[in-house]
Design a protein around this ligand. Structure first.
Ligand SMILES: Nc1nc2c(ncn2[C@@H]2O[C@H](COP(=O)(O)OP(=O)(O)OP(=O)(O)O)[C@@H](O)[C@H]2O)c(=O)[nH]1
Ligand SMILES: [Mg+2]
Length: 234
C-alpha cells in the first residue's frame, strides 16, 4: 500500500490532502522541468507494470551505442538492481529507493538530480516504479511519458488502466519476440490503445532481438531535436 498517495483511497488520504500533495508536487516538477530545459536535456518518465521490460529496454538501447548521451535514475521499493544493470550496460544511473511508495514524485527526482550533472547529456530517463496506476498521477518534470506494455500482459490493459495510457506520449509494446508463443492478438492490443490514447503512438520492440530499438532511439532523437529547436526559437 502506498502511504503517500493512499492509492486513491479517501479513507487513507482525504481528497483535499491529496490535492494539496499534487499541487506541491507540480511546483517541484516545474522546477525540474526548467532544470532539464536549461541543459537541453530530454527528460523521459518511463512507466509500466512490474517486469514489463523497462530496464531491459534501456539496456538494449545502450547496446546500440546511440549517439545520444544518456543517464538514468531507477525507482525501486527496495533494491538498486536496475541502477546497477544500467550502469553495467553503460548508462550512468542511480537508484531512488522509495521504501513503501509505489511511485516516484518530483521531489525524489529533484533530490536525485543533485547527484547527476546534466551537462553534456541529451536524454535523462526516469525509470519509474513498476506500477500501472499511481506513477501516472505524478508529474516529475518530464518532457514525455513513455509506457512499456509487454505483450505478456494481455490485450485489455489500456482500457483497464486508462489514466496511464491517456497520458502516454508513446507506448512501447515490449517483448514482441514472445508474441508467437502467446494467445494474444497484437491488433487487439493496438485497438485498445487506439481507444485509450488521445493520439496513439506505438512502437513494437524487443530487448531480446533488438527489433524496434533503432526506431525508439530515432523517436528520442526527434523529441530531443524538437526541444533544442524550441529553446533556440525562445
Ligand atoms: N523475451 C523477452 N524477455 C524480455 C524482454 N524484455 C524484458 N524481458 C524479460 O522480462 C523480465 C523483466 O524485465 P525487466 O527489464 O527487469 O522489467 P522492468 O519493467 O524493468 O521490471 P521492474 O523494474 O521490476 O518493474 C526479465 O526477465 C527480462 O529478461 C524482451 O524484449 N523479450
Ligand atoms: Mg526495471
Amino acid at each position: 500500500m502506498c502511504e503517500t498517495c493512499g492509492c486513491g483511497d479517501p479513507a487513507l488520504v482525504p481528497v483535499e490532502v491529496h490535492e494539496s500533495l499534487l499541487a506541491g508536487n507540480d511546483r517541484v516538477a516545474g522546477h525540474n522541468r526548467e532544470h532539464f530545459r536549461e541543459h537541453g536535456v530530454l527528460a523521459i518518465n518511463l512507466m509500466g507494470s512490474p517486469g514489463s521490460g523497462k530496464t531491459a529496454l534501456l539496456e538494449a538501447t545502450a547496446r546500440r551505442r546511440p549517439a545520444l548521451r544518456m543517464a538514468a535514475v531507477s525507482g525501486d521499493l527496495a533494491t538498486d538492481h536496475d541502477a546497477r544493470r544500467l550502469a553495467a550496460a553503460g548508462i550512468p544511473a542511480r537508484s531512488i529507493t522509495t521504501g513503501s511508495a509505489c511511485h516516484l514524485d518530483a521531489e525524489m527526482v529533484h533530490h536525485a538530480l543533485h547527484h547527476q550533472p546534466l551537462d553534456g547529456l541529451d536524454v535523462f530517463v526516469v525509470e519509474n516504479v513498476g506500477n500501472l496506476v499511481c506513477p501516472a498521477i505524478y508529474d516529475l518534470g518530464q518532457d514525455a511519458c513513455v509506457v512499456a506494455l509487454s505483450v505478456t500482459e494481455g490485450e485489455d490493459k489500456p482500457v483497464k488502466y486508462p489514466v496511464m495510457f491517456r497520458r502516454a506520449d508513446l507506448v512501447l509494446l515490449t517483448k514482441i519476440d514472445l508474441l508467437p508463443h502467446l494467445d494474444v492478438s497484437r491488433a487487439a492490443i493496438e485497438d485498445a490503445l487506439a481507444r485509450t490514447m488521445p493520439e496513439p503512438r506505438v512502437l513494437a520492440v524487443s530487448a531480446r532481438t533488438g527489433e524496434g530499438i533503432d526506431e525508439w532511439i530515432a523517436w528520442l532523437a526527434h523529441r530531443r531535436a524538437g526541444l533544442v529547436a524550441r529553446a533556440a526559437a525562445g
